[in-house]
Design a protein around this ligand. Structure first.
Ligand SMILES: O=C(O)CCC(=O)C(=O)O
Ligand SMILES: [Fe+2]
Length: 323
């Protein structure tokens, strides 16, 4: 197990410490690609805990209820159970998840759950607070890349009907049964194909590991030195996704990461996490300042990524390199 430092960045006194925070964020994006935010105003630790509590209540509902909004792969939305096969493991992650796309909030969300009447509104408010924080971070990255400060935030503006930003509630199953049958992975190794992921973990739910040096939105990089990222309720684990790596001409790194299953002596209980995937509006063209890669619209990028993610390793993804 590697011991690369995952930067911890405090957002305390954000307005007065902006310059310092910006420098730390950019250095973390360039040098590692994963970092942990602490001391943010919103979403607060209480907001995050409340969302975890609601998520737990949601996953406790009968499958027949959750199945009223089944996962639609082409639209990357809805509820799935034991259905996401990672190319790295070729088996389904032992989990269930609910993908909530903000723009489908009135058309394809569990919106009339008598057991959790507050669920819909709470998810909406939580997403909006994570969105606000995400946009603050993206404005630093915009400037660093030579774009106008609001360039990346505009591309992700939630007020547009086609904004693709998505929250995913995850619940990895409790581990039961014989030691020999226990899974090794809760989530197989992968990179995220979005721009920026804001991940919420819960104290006690360790298992997340990242592989600095094995960054890739193309498949050139190598490396096998995994580093654990501890799970602490209230903190936010942030990672650069493939799209931002492409958009920055590889200056910001999208790292492989995975979730290891607990061994027989670990915490075998179910593990909850929540991820907010910042994804640009479909028509937005992704191209970095030095034009290292051909411009690709976000919708083309996502389509290619979906193909890559639903194919076994080695069959290759889209080739974007000009040279
Ligand atoms: O559950 C986690 O901690 C990580 C989830 C993740 O990497 C993903 O859904 O892309
Ligand atoms: Fe991920």
């Amino acid at each position: 197990m590697g011991d690369r430092q995952i930067p911890r960045i405090s957002l305390r006194d954000f307005d007065t410490r902006k310059d310092q925070i910006g420098k730390e964020l950019i250095a973390a994006a360039e040098n590692v690609g994963f970092f942990i935010l602490v001391d943010q105003e919103r979403p607060s630790k209480q907001d995050i805990q409340r969302m975890f509590d609601l998520s737990t209540k949601y996953f406790a509902l009968p499958d027949t209820t959750k199945g009223r909004w089944p996962f639609i792969r082409e639209q990357n939305t809805g509820w799935e159970k034991d259905a996401q096969i990672r190319p790295s493991t070729r088996v389904a992650d032992p989990k269930e998840s609910l993908q909530l796309q903000y723009f489908r909030r009135n058309t394809y969300w569990p919106n009339d759950l008598p057991e959790i009447p507050e669920f819909h509104q709470a998810c909406l408010e939580f997403m909006e607070s994570v969105q606000d924080l995400s946009m603050k971070i993206l404005s630093f990255f915009s400037v660093a890349l030579g774009f106008p400060p609001s360039f990346l935030a505009d591309a992700h503006d939630l007020s547009y009907e086609d904004c693709l930003s998505t929250m995913r509630l995850l619940r990895y199953h409790e581990v039961t049964g014989k030691v020999s049958d226990m899974p090794e992975w809760r989530a197989g190794a992968h990179t995220d194909f979005d721009v920026l992921t804001m991940l919420f973990q819960e104290t006690g739910g360790d298992g997340l590991e990242v592989c600095p040096g094995r960054e890739a939105h193309t498949s050139f990089a190598q490396g096998d030195d995994w580093t654990a990222v501890p799970a602490r309720t209230g903190e936010i684990t942030v990672n650069i996704g493939d799209m931002l790596m492409a958009w920055s001409d590889d200056r910001f790194k999208s790292l492989y990461h995975r979730v290891r299953a607990p061994g027989p002596n670990g915490n075998l209980k179910a593990r909850n996490s929540m991820a907010y995937f910042n994804q640009p509006r479909p028509h937005v063209l992704i191209q970095g300042p030095t034009k290292k890669y051909e411009a690709l619209s976000a919708s083309e990028y996502i389509l290619n990524a979906m193909k890559r993610y639903y194919q076994p390793t080695g069959t290759g993804g889209p080739k974007q390199l000009k040279t």
